[in-house]
Design a protein around this ligand. Sequence first.
Ligand SMILES: Nc1ncnc2c1ncn2[C@@H]1O[C@H](COP(=O)(O)OP(=O)(O)OP(=O)(O)O)[C@@H](O)[C@H]1O
Ligand SMILES: [Mg+2]
Length: 447
Amino acid sequence: MKLFDPHGFGNSTLSYAGLLEKIEILRSTLRWAPRLERAEIEKLLNQSNALRDEVMQLSRKERFIEAAADVSDVSDAPESLESLDKPEALSPSAHRRREALIARSFIFEGIFGDNPKLLAALEVAEKAAPTDLPVLIDGESGTGKELMAKVIHANGARSERPYISVNCGAIPDNLLESELFGHRKGAFTGASSDRKGKFESAHTGTIFLDEIGELPLQGQVKLLRVLEAHEIQRVGSDEPIAVDTRIVAATNRNLRELSAQGQFREDLFYRLSVIHVTLPALRERRDEIPLLISWFGDEAASQLKRRPVKLTPKLRDFLLTYAWPGNIRELRNVVYRLSCLAGDTADLEHLPDDIRPVTGPGPAIAALPEVDGHGSPLSLSDAKRAASDEAERAFLERGLHETGGTVAELARRCDMNRSHLQMLLKKHGIHSKDFRHADKTDREKES
Ligand SMILES: Nc1ncnc2c1ncn2[C@@H]1O[C@H](COP(=O)(O)OP(=O)(O)OP(=O)(O)O)[C@@H](O)[C@H]1O
Ligand SMILES: [Mg+2]
């Protein structure tokens, strides 16, 4: 069952799983809708639950029909028939694991993807959520740590209780204690009234300590005490206040390394990481880039009130092979940018400058040597010859890149004799096989 159109954003063929995903996203959005009253949220949640149940029933029906038709595959039939009802009987395929999570009413909070590492992280989150055990989420920037923290809160027993997020890297050292634990009036200059800290606000709910690796050592000691005693003291007060707060922390740093370097307390690390979830970088889950492009493309289209933008094969190749150091956040931003800047179809030129690949010959002049072999300035005729050689080489390389290394095709396109072309390639030491791509056949089909 196809979830996306690999040739662009448009014409998505959404499966039942895809529809269920969309409903999940809707439910997650509703749960956090800032401008709605609780009663309205409940009503809309009930409606989306009913819709979800309907889609699930249809999905079961389709599976029943598929299974009945496929009588020859006896081993698969019972699994297909009952897979949504009995998740433990599912095959380990990633798609089914995700469907099983959906069937168990797992709340994804918009986390997308079928990659096994991501699913493993979600399965850990599912088990950890109903407990009060501290969870440490790590992973590179933009891999979805904050989303994962919301997933843990939303799937737990505290989901109706407060969820308080604190960015430990953004609080000045001198305000840290007051921010986390509150203060008494007059505790320091500017403390004009009593104030609750984040821990008290999160009482009975969850506190999300983002960028925990940035917490200064002094703050770490205080946090350790809260974890041990389950109580805090406001700045300027001796009175202990009991707090019942579930702690979820996140970092894009390696806390083990930080503790080896003496920058993070080892005892705190062990306290926080009773459950440790690591989110994979996008380059480790390339298999879901097309799905994410498709999803964000649809999302951007509806936000920008336009048709989903199409991608040229070159741009699609780029998006599928780019390293994505900023992970899903970067991918999402790029897709929104393409959807905003491009007309019907986006191409490499619509990419941000800093990631756009250098195409074409580039400034041939820049590639010219400034002096000849004897160190004398280049004569005009030598400069012309060198520029012409450079342009010829760039022309050949670009042509081979565009034809996926097919010399015959390049000869046809440029209306050149094939053996002459071979001779030019030899002159420049260019090997056509260096331009062959694994997905060449796809590209040829599309071009
Ligand atoms: N699996 C996913 N599916 C869909 N969207 C995702 C996924 N993971 C992350 N995102 C989106 O990517 C963006 C970044 O996610 P998030 O803020 O959770 O990352 P982070 O790991 O906390 O990043 P940082 O370390 O920079 O704070 C958000 O817009 C989020 O909605
Ligand atoms: Mg974050």
